[in-house]
Design a protein around this ligand. Structure first.
Ligand code: DX5
Ligand code: ZN
Length: 219
């Protein structure tokens, strides 16, 4: 397993002071920033898009971990790559040809991730393990922050980590949704090594939240 990474999700940030809050998580030692992109079609919510990523890119050198919760993502891979994404993760449920989407992310020179919803069986992403850098296991239903962890999804993390170990793959496994002081160690022990946290980070003392969660995962 690679070094554990905390990826604060800006979905929970105060967009009135987004730049300052990103600077806070960076000061506290976060290396990644999780950027949730929602289109109101694949998920019943809208969030941020290309202009926001372009703006925050100018001010931050964090690894931009862009999570596309959008229909037919192939249409926008080039745009997100050009806007400043470092890693682009799409949903297997949203792509008619996942291999083509992965190839496009690679052509743009970015890290490639594939994601699956809680109800989607792990088998849906297994054919792509040799082509991606990361699998994002949704630990809540995508579309909203501040939901409770769906504990049964950690079984997929355990199974995926076992497959990766048995086949000698250096695969990052990201968990996304419901990560907090109370749940993050369960995800770590299940085999995750990237931890998205929105509502557990962007509240009260942001820097203290980041430092505490990073210490917990040993990141
Ligand atoms: C949900 C998003 C998650 C969400 C996490 O669709 O993909 O990244 O922002 O929020 P918390 O950490 O509050 O559950
Ligand atoms: Zn996300």
């Amino acid at each position: 397993m690679s070094e554990a990474i905390l990826a604060p999700s800006i979905l929970a940030a105060d967009f009135n002071i987004l730049g300052d809050q990103i600077a806070s998580v960076q000061r506290a030692g976060a290396k990644w920033l999780h950027i949730d992109v929602m289109d109101g079609a694949f998920v019943p919510n809208l969030s941020v898009g290309l202009p926001v990523i372009r703006s925050i890119r100018r001010r931050s050198d964090l690894f931009f971990d862009v999570h596309l919760m959008i229909e037919d993502p192939i249409r926008y891979i080039g745009d997100f790559a050009a806007s400043g994404a470092d890693g682009i993760t799409f949903h297997v449920e949203a792509a008619s040809d996942p291999e083509r989407v992965i190839g496009e992310i690679r052509r743009c020179g970015k890290k490639a991730g594939i994601s699956l919803k809680p109800a989607t069986p792990l088998e849906a992403v297994l054919p792509y393990l040799d082509q991606v850098d990361m699998v994002l296991v949704m630990t809540v239903e995508p579309g909203f922050g501040a939901q409770a962890l769906k504990r049964e999804t950690l079984d997929k993390v355990r199974e995926l980590r076992k497959i990766a170990a048995e086949t000698g793959r250096d695969l990052r496994i990201e968990v996304d949704g419901g990560m907090s002081r109370e749940t993050i160690l369960d995800a770590l022990h299940a085999g995750a090594d990237v931890f998205v946290a929105g509502s557990a980070v962007f509240k009260d003392d942001i820097e203290a939240n980041v430092r505490e969660l990073c210490v917990m995962i040993g990141g």
